[in-house]
Design a protein around this ligand. Structure first.
Ligand SMILES: C[S@@+](CC[C@H](N)C(=O)[O-])C[C@H]1O[C@@H](n2cnc3c(N)ncnc32)[C@H](O)[C@@H]1O
Length: 232
């Protein structure tokens, strides 16, 4: 392992906004913060928004800079990437931001029913051969629904058209999900919310350099949110 990675892993241990739990501590069990993020971590009852597979946490940070009335948590398994997001949040005194290093498969150990108000999934691995590993497959969606509030909004931004189409089909087939927006080339149509156009993640920049169209899908859970539209 490179020296830089080791240094980052070491530094991660001192970051008060980065939560890591060994697999054995959470597999099939509740993390001590489950149901307690509002009081124990953020000290307020503001809505909690997750970014899954956040990498360096570009969305977590950008959303947090623009809105202090919500709390943001970036989740990823890669400590060296999370280091960047956690360090930036500390440097910018974004105390409504936290990061969790865990496998998303175990995210249910961290959040109680109705504890989360929204999810961003930004450029996830498309997993073309393993449907069960896609972060928008029924297996994962059913896990998210256990801790999402009714009416919570889920955002998917990806360069991968098959993943976009797959997710749209799943959402449209489920009575507990409502498709709000779907766009297959956001920078050409420019109809999606500003945040979707303005914030570009590390992977997104790479895909844009390759000339790939970027897609966006937005859906809600439970109660319909107002202004429903699906186009593009
Ligand atoms: C293609 S990268 C995208 C990173 C970032 N969102 C971006 O757009 O730059 C996918 C990220 O998801 C993370 N990831 C993939 N599968 C995961 C899993 N099962 N649990 C936690 N993180 C995962 C990877 O570590 C990686 O950082």
């Amino acid at each position: 392992m490179g020296k830089d990675k080791l240094r980052r892993f070491e530094e991660n241990k001192s970051f008060i906004n980065l939560y890591e739990a060994p697999y054995s501590q959470i597999y099939g069990k509740d993390h001590p913060l489950k149901g307690r993020w509002a009081g124990d971590v953020f000290g307020n009852d503001n809505p909690i928004i997750l970014e899954l597979g956040c990498g360096k946490g570009e969305y977590t940070l950008a959303l947090a800079r623009g809105n202090r009335q919500q709390n943001y948590i970036g989740v990823d398994i890669k400590g060296a990437r999370l280091w960047r997001g956690a360090r930036t949040a500390l440097e910018e005194k974004l105390d409504h931001v936290a990061f969790i290093r865990t496998r998303i498969e175990l995210i249910g150990s961290f959040f109680a029913s109705d504890e989360v108000s929204g999810i961003w999934i930004t450029f996830p691995d498309p997993q073309p051969r393993k449907e069960n590993k896609r972060l928008t497959s029924p297996r994962f969606l059913e896990g998210y629904l256990k801790f999402l509030r009714p009416g919570a909004v889920v955002h998917l931004k990806t360069d991968n058209r098959p993943l976009h189409d797959y997710t749209r089909k799943i959402v449209e087939s489920r009575p507990d999900c409502i498709l709000l927006q779907a766009d297959t080339d956001i920078y050409r149509h420019r109809t999606v919310p500003d945040m979707v156009l303005e914030v570009k993640t590390f992977y997104e920049e790479m895909f844009l350099r390759e000339g790939k169209p970027i897609t966006y899908l937005q859906f809600s859970t439970g109660l319909p949110a107002t202004g429903s539209r699906a186009g593009g």
